[in-house]
Each structure stands twice: as structure tokens, then as C-alpha cells.
Write a protein that binds this ligand. Structure first.
Ligand SMILES: C[S@@+](CC[C@H](N)C(=O)[O-])C[C@H]1O[C@@H](n2cnc3c(N)ncnc32)[C@H](O)[C@@H]1O
Length: 235
């Protein structure tokens, strides 16, 4: 198992120290144990888990926008992805993991307490409400999100949380042209500007990271009421 984690992270140029390695191993074991009773992931094979949850989450460590960020929020974290692998490899950064499902956050909190992942706090709520709360709005250098919504909806969830000059990075699959085109207006209205799309290939996945810079304040009417962004995305 030790080789599995080290070898996988080396593929993305990350050398785990012993503490990071043990935390990641314990977290995976914990998630797989909880997963028997609470639906956290469909991936139960450890090798697949390491590639699709850990390596996939940690790919952004190569990006300067990640390296320069101190306060990071993961919107719609589910079982802690991408937030937990990032927090484990970057103990100097502070992470907020947000989700609308409290029982998933309880699992994250229990495991972080047990394992000693100390740079993570969780926030329970819908992105639309969290984004209007002054404790979270405009508070982050970087917002990340994976597998939560299409890009125009996601921009409304995530951009309000980012400071002007900060970034929002969306983890997306291989075909994003159409989604990116449809989200162009939303990104602009919400104060964002697409900086670039980073294509990432490994033998297990082909991903696009959409890097959006926040260039101006999000107008105060966004995010709209809970449910509205999903029902009528900005077009
Ligand atoms: C498919 S899961 C993805 C979880 C994780 N990001 C991953 O990649 O494994 C989507 C998560 O987003 C959360 N979610 C969906 N809509 C949300 C919203 N409006 N506000 C907060 N969380 C939301 C769900 O509760 C769920 O845990």
C-alpha cells in the first residue's frame, strides 16, 4: 500500500513525507469503512481510489494559482475531494470544505480529528447561502470544485467566495468546449475571466482544469436564491 501511494503521487511530481503518507492512507481506510453505511464514493478499489480521488485532486498542486493561495474553499466536497488530498499535502494552507449534506461533513470532521488533519474546517450549507454570508463571501484566494454542477451554475456558486485577484478552478472532464461556451456570459457577469484551460493526462484520466481569475466584484444580487442557479443558469 505504501508503494501504491508514493508511486501514484510521484506521477504528479509530489513526494510524500511519512506524515502525509500516513494521513492519506488512514483517510482512505476511514472513507472506505464509513462508505459501508454512508454513500461517499462508488470507488472502493484502493488503487482506483488513489488515482481517481487522490491524484486527480492533487493535480492542481502544479499550478501557480494553487501555490500562491493561502485560503482555499472546496465547494461541494462530498467525501472530501479535492479538499482533503490537497490539505494533506499542503499543511501550511487553510481549507474550508463546504457541502449541503451534513452527514458527509460529519465523516470528514471525524476522520480529520482522528487522523490529525488540522488545517481543515467544514461548512454546512448550500453554496447559494454560503456565498451570501459575509463570513465566506470574498474571503478566499482560491475556490476549487469537482463534479458538482455545470460551469455556469458552478461559477455562481464559487465566484462570490473568491477575493478580487483570486481564482476559481473547476475540475472538468475531457469535452468542455460547449460547456465553456455556454458559461462565458455567467463568468463575465459574476466578475470572472477565463484565464486558460489546463489539459492534464495520466494513464487513468484525461482532465481539463478551467482556471478563472476574479477580475471584479460579484454583483450583490448573486448568488441567487437556493435552487435558482440550477433551475435557470445565467445565459
Ligand atoms: C457528485 S458529488 C462530488 C463530491 C466531490 N466533489 C467529488 O468530486 O468526489 C457532489 C457534491 O456536491 C454537493 N452539492 C451539490 N449542490 C450543492 C450546493 N448547491 N451547495 C453545496 N453543496 C452542493 C452534494 O451534496 C455532493 O456532496
Amino acid at each position: 500500500m505504501s508503494d501504491l501511494l508514493n508511486t501514484a503521487f510521484e506521477k504528479i511530481h509530489i513526494t510524500l513525507d511519512e506524515a502525509q503518507h500516513d494521513k492519506l492512507l488512514s483517510y482512505m481506510e476511514g472513507i472506505l469503512e464509513y462508505n459501508r453505511n454512508i454513500n461517499l464514493t462508488s470507488i472502493t478499489d484502493p488503487e482506483e481510489f488513489v488515482m481517481k480521488h487522490y491524484v486527480d485532486s492533487a493535480v492542481i498542486c502544479q499550478l501557480k494559482e494553487y501555490q500562491n493561495a493561502e485560503k482555499i474553499i472546496d465547494m461541494g466536497t462530498g467525501g472530501g475531494f479535492p479538499g482533503i488530498p490537497l490539505a494533506a499535502v499542503s499543511p501550511e494552507k487553510r481549507f474550508t470544505l463546504a457541502d449541503s449534506l451534513k452527514k458527509r461533513l460529519n465523516v470528514i470532521e471525524n476522520l480529520c480529528g482522528r487522523i490529525g488533519i488540522a488545517n481543515v474546517e467544514t461548512v454546512h450549507g448550500r453554496a447559494e447561502d454560503i456565498g451570501r454570508n459575509p463570513a465566506f463571501r470574498k474571503q478566499y484566494d482560491l475556490c476549487v470544485s469537482r463534479a458538482v454542477a455545470n460551469l455556469s451554475v458552478l461559477a455562481e456558486y464559487c465566484l462570490p467566495l473568491v477575493k478580487t485577484g483570486g481564482y476559481f478552478i473547476a475540475y472538468k472532464g475531457p469535452d468542455i468546449e460547449e460547456e465553456l461556451g455556454a458559461a462565458k456570459k455567467a463568468i463575465r457577469i459574476l466578475g470572472g475571466k477565463t484565464d486558460r484551460v489546463e489539459e492534464l493526462h495520466t494513464e487513468m484520466f484525461h482532465h481539463n482544469l478551467i482556471v478563472i481569475r476574479k477580475v471584479s466584484e460579484t454583483p450583490s444580487r448573486y448568488p441567487r436564491r437556493a435552487g435558482t442557479p440550477g433551475k435557470s443558469p445565467i445565459r
